[in-house]
Design a protein around this ligand. Structure first.
Ligand code: HEM
Length: 420
């Protein structure tokens, strides 16, 4: 029996686990399900060709060991999977490239996203935070309720990414819509209808960015799009606009959907854990560790996928080369073998390395930007909206990879009902 058809040696995942994770309840609170999966073992099989990993040590191994690759163009082609069309353009962006190409492309993009480079952006981010919270304030005053996602959570990161890239201010609502609609392209278990909708949005978003690139090539500015237009390959050619557009489309989605989810998660967490919100408001110096704890506790990106380039073992289980392995970063971040009392949100938790931003060569390029956005947003939000509470259930997009929110209705509690 060849390795492509031999059953995987890992214990099977509990029955219907993907369907249960995709259910409304599973998306709202996947953590009890992760524990049920972990009870079967840190590495379980999802049928004959795929594994799901919930153990912290095993996830870290997959992310950092050089034999583990992302499923790229070649891997997909080898399995007869689609490598053409709009949605396949994601295959040319960082998270779907392997070294050495990945290292070359990443080097070109890193400069703009270092903490030092981003520090220059802090005053702009501060102004954008204030403007978006002013909008929230105005909506709550006028209507008594607002949608936190539309007003702040998605709009704010889109505004920041637009400033960095030089995207037109008047198009931010359109860009926010594209960002939400194309999010399904990174989903490993997306339904055909979701993929078709994401594909249709990508078919508008890519040409939109290519048109902007064409305009900017004629009248360069100081923005990142203009800088990238000047980049050259080792062969001295400029990058085709189509390729640059794919990177920009990915960056907008990666920056907006993840940060939006972080903001919404924080707002819900403050409501459910007023003691933590109170403590953080009184200890602004603890902000960096609070951001790490929020992202550990409920990370915006829940999964990473990898395939081993050679036969290997994981948690003592043989894994044939080419097996698709889903590393559950969200489950790993709640692994009691690594974190003490992992289900508790504790802003005073001693620093430990969570996998919220991944690890290894694909470690999140935008982590410094996410931290900058959060470090400006969280204290201002806590100061100005101590009485904000949800006004109905949050709606999440039907994905397992990104914790994308579609809506989060909010209102103000009467001051008399406030305990912090
Ligand atoms: C709370 C916010 C964020 C979280 C939790 C997050 C999480 C992650 C994770 C887990 C990965 C690794 C995926 C893997 O190993 O397969 C990743 C990669 C990436 N992220 Fe983020 N991200 C966030 C914000 C951002 C922002 C703001 C940007 C935009 C600048 C960004 C851009 C990227 C890029 C370009 C990659 C691919 C890096 C590579 O493959 O070399 N992310 N992110």
């Amino acid at each position: 029996m060849d390795t492509a058809t031999a059953p995987l040696a890992a214990p099977p995942a509990p029955r219907g686990v993907i369907r249960r994770l995709q259910s409304r309840q599973g998306r709202e609170n996947p953590f009890p399900l992760f524990e049920e999966i972990r009870d079967a073992g840190p590495v379980v099989s999802l049928g004959p060709h795929a594994l799901l990993v919930t153990g912290y040590t095993e996830c870290l191994q997959i992310l950092t060991d050089r034999i583990w690759h992302v499923p790229d163009h070649t891997w997909r082609a080898g399995r007869g999977l689609d490598t053409d069309g709009m949605s396949a353009r994601v295959l040319n962006t960082l998270p779907r490239l392997n070294p050495p190409l990945h290292s070359r492309v990443r080097r070109l993009q890193t400069g703009a996203f270092t903490s030092a480079a981003l520090e220059r952006l802090r005053p702009t981010v501060r102004l954008l935070v204030r403007a978006h919270l002013d909008r929230l304030d105005a909506e709550l005053t006028e209507h008594g309720h607002a949608d936190f996602i539309d007003t702040v959570a998605r709009a704010l990161p889109v505004a920041v990414m637009s400033e960095i890239l030089g995207l037109p201010t008047e198009d931010r609502a359109l860009i926010a819509r594209y960002s939400l609609q194309t999010a399904a392209l990174t989903e490993p278990f997306a339904a055909p209808a979701q993929l078709a909708a994401a594909d249709a949005a990508a078919a508008e978003f890519h040409p939109y960015i290519e048109t902007l690139l064409g305009e900017r090539a004629g009248t360069p500015g100081t923005d990142l799009m203009s800088q990238w237009l000047q980049l050259e390959r080792p062969s001295s050619e400029r990058f085709p606009h189509e390729e640059l557009a794919a990177h920009i489309v990915f960056l907008v989605g990666a920056g907006a959907e993840t940060t939006s989810s972080l903001f919404a998660t924080a707002v819900l967490a403050f409501e459910k854990h007023p003691d933590q919100a109170r403590w953080l408001a009184a200890h602004p110096e603890a902000l960096p560790q609070a951001i790490e704890e929020l992202t550990r506790w409920d990370p915006s990106v829940q999964n990473a996928v990898r395939v081993p380039s050679e036969d290997t073992t994981l948690g003592g289980i043989p894994v044939p080369a080419g097996t698709l392995v889903h590393a559950s970063l969200a489950a790993a971040n709640r692994d009691s073998a690594y974190f003490t009392d992992p289900h508790t949100l504790d802003f005073q938790r001693p620093p430990q390395r969570s996998l919220a931003f991944g690890a290894g060569v694909h470690y999140c390029l935008g982590a410094p930007l996410a931290r900058l956005n959060a470090s400006e947003f969280l204290p201002e939000f806590l100061r100005r909206f101590p009485t904000l509470r949800s006004d109905g259930p949050a709606t999440r997009a039907p994905g397992l990879n990104l914790r994308t929110f579609v809506a989060l209705p909010v209102t103000r509690r009467p001051r008399s009902a406030v305990t912090h």
